[in-house]
Ligand binder design. Structure first.
Ligand code: ADP
Ligand code: MG
Length: 620
């Protein structure tokens, strides 16, 4: 189906040209945005048309303005406490997570013992990493809007493969805050593979190693790509190892050679920054020339390739050690790797390329710009989502949880949000009423605790369960989400073998807006949902005890004294009342009171029954 657009200004009818969806690499050191036009990838450059990379730095000026990128980088040595870098390291982190990191940052992370998410203080304001990342994203958004001369609102953003749910959610939130509808969060190694065209054709089956050495971090990921599905087999790395460490080594070398004054390096910020810039310049020069030399205030800062390689070798060995561990975790031998992809500006160093190539006994892929591949891959994923590559359906994770309704209208997640696709999960249930013949299975999608707040996908009835006491039937509910996003739900009563199932195709028929709304409301209602859930769980448990007590009294009519019966009835009536109108704690108290009274009676009754049963049996 194609949409028809009527231009309100001139009344012309035009075929709808699909919205461009942008790809964003939100990096620790550098970020960039790219898009696809007619199948070709374009990383967006600055106004001079030179740099695509935007330093991931946000600076707050004294008079309340916000600078991002190169402008902010210039302020790094002038006012470090107002210049925030490496904010990606803080995404989705709580104060307790951060104990070790905060010493290494030049700005102020608020001190707290709490489990809350971190904030950064500048003047009297507190900024969350989400807000700071949103500033970088806003900058990228406006850069591409200038280039395309139109508004963009949809984006794919990449994250490291090891990012957990909270960190991914924080990235999504940052996008939202920047006015972007984040259609997908994609793993950086997945994006890099896509940029190299691996996994584009559905039939393909490949094992790929992605070696990503950036400015401050190192990641190695082993992916298995099969049928358009990207599976992360293993990931390793070092969140404090990157290009900056190579720069630092060069500075140390100059200090040892008395070319740089170590005291001044510490005390004179401007001088320190100049030396650092020269060290990075030296490193980059040595990637293509044999020698670097510059005169700084009368002393010669120089270094040759041989020396540089010698001082860099321990850092490279560290990355190879991580590669070894990743291969071990993936249970693979190096000859089983089909491609080795180099990502990150630091992989421009010939020594890095050579070492990695030797490690995997294979030529490494370097044909694409290593600091642009992730953004290019994100743009390709965006292009696929925009529907411009018809033959392709790339599903990697479920955007929302899938589950069924259980007693009291509670949502029981079977496949949780962000699970890999395809996915199969099963869980066992039972009946709640004696002799129950039918079981209704209602399937829902969403993050809220009560199904009423989620989206219903369908329902079916498992009928023909043979009459059994409550709790005896073993009903397995299986969810099977296939690579095309089709969900099949099957229920099986294991004792009798009766089954029923349903196929749901509308799994992805949910707009991003709705999805965002659903996620947001689940966060807003988390506390009240939790309370509601525990109340309903208490009510359900109490109800089972209530029914069991009625059964117990009637079965032990002759054994119980009238006083005991009376007391049991009083306590049991109290449970009923509390189920109807009590709080969770009142229900628990009522259950405990009944339990304390009935437990000894139940034991006595049991002894009596056993005694009777043995009465007629002669031993010997
Ligand atoms: P991140 O993914 O952490 O945001 P990048 O992939 O942009 O980082 O990598 C930035 C790092 O790459 C910096 O340390 C920079 O010095 C380094 N780098 C860029 N070009 C070269 C080069 N030609 N040789 C060596 N290092 C380089
Ligand atoms: Mg990167």
């Amino acid at each position: 189906m194609s949409k028809i657009n009527i231009n309100l200004k001139d009344g012309n009818i035009s075929k709808d040209k699909k919205d461009v969806i942008i790809g964003i690499d939100l990096g620790t050191t550098n970020s960039l945005v790219a898009y696809i036009n007619d199948g070709e990838a374009f990383p967006v450059k600055d106004e001079q048309g030179i740099h695509a990379l935007v330093p991931s730095i946000v600076h707050f000026t004294e008079d309340g303005n916000i600078l991002v990128g190169e402008e902010a980088k210039k302020m790094l040595n002038v006012a470090p406490e107002r210049s925030i870098y490496s904010v990606k390291r803080l995404m989705g982190k709580s104060y307790t997570d951060l104990k070790k990191d905060s010493d290494l940052l030049g700005y102020k992370v608020i001190e707290s013992e709490k489990e809350e998410l971190v904030k950064i203080s500048i003047d009297d304001r507190f900024y969350s990493p989400v807000e700071l990342s949103a500033e970088i994203l806003k900058y990228l958004k406006s850069r591409i809007e200038k280039e395309l001369k139109k508004e963009v609102s949809k984006a794919v953003i990449t994250v490291p493969a090891y990012f957990n749910d909270t960190q991914r959610q924080a990235t999504r939130d940052a996008g939202k805050l920047a006015g972007l509808d984040v259609l997908r969060i994609v793993n950086e190694p997945t994006a890099a593979s896509l940029a190299y065209g691996i996994g584009i054709s559905k039939e393909e089956s490949k094992t790929v190693a992605i070696y990503d050495l950036g400015g401050g971090t190192f990641d190695i990921s082993i992916l298995e790509i099969d049928n358009g599905i990207f599976e992360v087999l293993s990931t390793h790395g070092d969140t404090y190892l990157g290009g900056d460490d190579f720069d630092r080594n060069i500075i140390d070398f100059w200090v040892n050679n008395k070319a740089v004054d170590p005291v001044r390096l510490q005390e004179d910020k401007r001088y320190g920054q100049t030396v650092r810039m020269n060290a990075e310049h030296a490193k980059i020069t040595l990637s293509s020339e044999p020698f670097f030399s510059i005169n700084l205030e009368g002393s010669e800062l120089s270094i040759d390739t041989e020396t540089y390689e010698k001082i860099s070798s321990p850092l490279i060995q560290k990355t190879l050690e991580a590669c070894r561990m990743a291969m071990k975790d993936a249970e693979l031998e190096t000859h089983e790797i089909d491609h080795v992809i180099m990502v990150g500006g630091s992989t421009r160093m010939p020594i890095v390329r050579n070492a990695v190539s030797t490690f995997f006994s294979k030529e490494v892929d370097i044909s694409l710009n290593p600091d642009e591949v992730v953004a290019i891959g994100a743009a390709i994923q965006a292009d696929i989502l925009a529907g411009n590559r018809k033959d392709l359906l790339l599903l990697d994770i479920t955007p929302l949880s899938l589950g069924i309704e259980t007693v009291g209208g509670l949502m029981d997640n079977i496949i949780s949000r962000n699970s890999k696709i395809p996915s199969r999960q099963a869980r066992n249930y039972t009946t709640s009423i004696d002799g129950q013949k039918n079981l209704k299975v209602s399937v829902f999608q969403g993050e809220r605790d009560m199904v009423a707040d989620n989206r219903k996908l369908g329902e079916f009835i498992l009928s023909g369960i043979p009459p059994m006491p409550a709790g005896i039937p073993k009903i397995q509910v299986k969810f099977n989400l296939d690579a095309d996003g089709i969900l099949t739900v099957e229920a099986l009563e294991e004792r009798s073998g009766v089954t029923a199932q349903i196929e749901i195709r509308s799994q992805y028929g949910i707009s991003e807006e709705d999805m965002g709304r659903m996620l947001l409301s689940s966060i807003q209602h988390a506390q009240s949902d939790k309370e509601k859930r525990s109340l309903i769980e208490a009510q359900t448990e109490a109800n089972a005890i209530h029914l069991a007590t009625i059964k117990f009294i009637s079965q032990n009519e002759n054994f119980l004294s009238p006083e005991e019966k009376e007391q049991l009835n009083i306590l049991n009536k109290n449970i009923r009342d509390k189920i109807d109108s009590g709080t969770k704690d009142e229900i628990h108290t009522a259950m405990e009171e009944l339990n304390a009274y009935s437990a000894p009676l139940a034991h006595k009754a049991l002894d009596q029954h056993i005694g009777k049963a043995l009465g007629g049996t002669k031993i010997e």
